[in-house]
Design a protein around this ligand. Sequence first.
Ligand SMILES: [Ca+2]
Ligand SMILES: [Ca+2]
Ligand SMILES: [Ca+2]
Ligand SMILES: [Ca+2]
Length: 622
Amino acid sequence: MVTLSEAKDLPSSLRKRKQSTVVITLQSLCMQAGRIPILFLIFTGLLPSQSAPQASKSAAAKEQVQAEQEPAATKLSVPIFRDIAAQAGLTASHISSADKHYVVESMSGGIGLFDCDNDGKLDIVTVNGSTVDRYRQGGGDPLVTLWHQDANLKFTDITQKAGLARKGWGMGVAVADFDNDGNLDLFVTGYGGNALYRNKGNCTFEDVTDRAGVRGGGFSTGAAWADYDRDGSVDLFVSRYVHVDMNDLPVPGSTKFCQFKGVPVQCGPWGMEGETDLLYHNRGDGTFEEVSKRAGVSDPDKYYGLGATWGDSDNDGWPDLFVADDATPNHLYRNNHDGTFTDNAMVGGIAMNSEGQALGSMGVTWGDYDHSGRLSMFITEFADQPNTLYRNEASRGFEDVAMQSRLGQVSFPLVGWGTAFFDMDNDGWLDLFVVNGHVYPQMDNVKGSAAYAEPMLLHRNLRNGTFEEVSKPAGLADMPLKSRRGAAFGDIANNGNVDVVVLNVGEPPSLLLNTNQSPNHRVLVHLLGTKSNRAAIGARVTIHTGAMTQFDEVRSGGSYLSQNDLRLHFGLGAAARIDLIEVRWPTGKIETFEDVAADKIYTIVEGQGIKDSVPFSNLSAR
Ligand SMILES: [Ca+2]
Ligand SMILES: [Ca+2]
Ligand SMILES: [Ca+2]
Ligand SMILES: [Ca+2]
């Protein structure tokens, strides 16, 4: 009998077989009562690694039924997005070499939205990247660029003034108020070490990386804050990718692991040694203790970690941790409420897709897209793989509905990165955005392959478990193709429509302003903890209107190495009032607010009620 613990041997086997397909047949197909009687591991190195996924017969039949029941979706209007980055002043480029000879050159970077001076308007941080020469000669480049939003959607580069000077090779970003002083702090991951910048107020920062003890090392990628032990101080998870020695870089094309579609390319991650992950417990005095081993989230198998995000996946009030791993099985660590975690991904059916493949997972987003009252997980994946939607089936674990939902088909050729569930048209149903871009510039000369620069995808929620791809009517299909990485989501114009900022590799970012014209009502909820962590990370807000019940949680990190607006946005459809807002604070306390008017930005302080309400602006781009 093969036990679950033996399944942990998967990644080393994977490393030995370039992109080989691992088929795991779980006898009596596995999820009944959360138990797996027998697990057969069949390594099928002879199977074509690029074979197209095929929906099962039952899935195809289900799809046909759904198609017949579908509303005439194309008749609904789609919000138009306009890229206003240049006129907004977002002109500094992400730093990257064009050739991409090494894996470290392909993975940066993230982008973030947060209000660094508490003036009510979102500011923007982009992670910079570097090049091999610049890193070897001068220690890399400043990790981030910080833009302050002045007025009327104009931004000023304040990086120098803000004191964000540390150099390195930046990868990702996550925001929290780790010292509960009311100013949002900035954590940046990077190859060769991370940075923690304490916000002194007014968007000026102090580099406290070394004092806090969170520099880490290796090739850090994803980061996500949450108060996993509910002691009132946010803790920090950092995922790491592969071991790269800057003085001994593998030569592109040098081994079978450095070929793709018959073309010599960068080496990795296949064939490379992975790295463990890190969990920093916040002592509450400005310092942290690395506790990943004790907590059970250290990833001793060294899977290739990328996107990381916390979410209460089982509705028990404690944050669980999801880590997307590239070309290796994903982790879903369930919180044991005692400072430890149990990796439930394999048993829960979210480690690999429905075909038993460990996909090239990059970006992550939780969302209750089907109003089930549970968080489902969407993951962006590598080329020749469908993006995956894992529907949360409560005690039965997760079901891969990539094909049934129609999210998988259109994403198949593309390499997916930044993503989020968000309600683009305020109808109360979560839509989905995905940015793409290949890691190999060499693909531009390969027939039958997606090119290096790729389009974005926008999936409208059809309210029946399926989505329709609407990037064309949204104006996104007409934008230039680029190789994109991070994407962050938030209401930059404070008008109740969720906008998107996108990290374009080697170029300035995009600011995609959502010019939604629908009359649907909406609300933004800004939470401030008192006993809970100040930024209320991990808080859950449930919104009841006559027509529907929705919920979301305040999250640090997510997407691809990026940070979304910490304020929660809800579309309300025709409802001009909210019957009930329920706030479950990270410490577990529940507060409710009845009969609340829509179309405002509410600030709710733990234990003190609604402290502030601001009507939405009429601001839109001219
Ligand atoms: Ca601001
Ligand atoms: Ca702070
Ligand atoms: Ca804590
Ligand atoms: Ca929607």
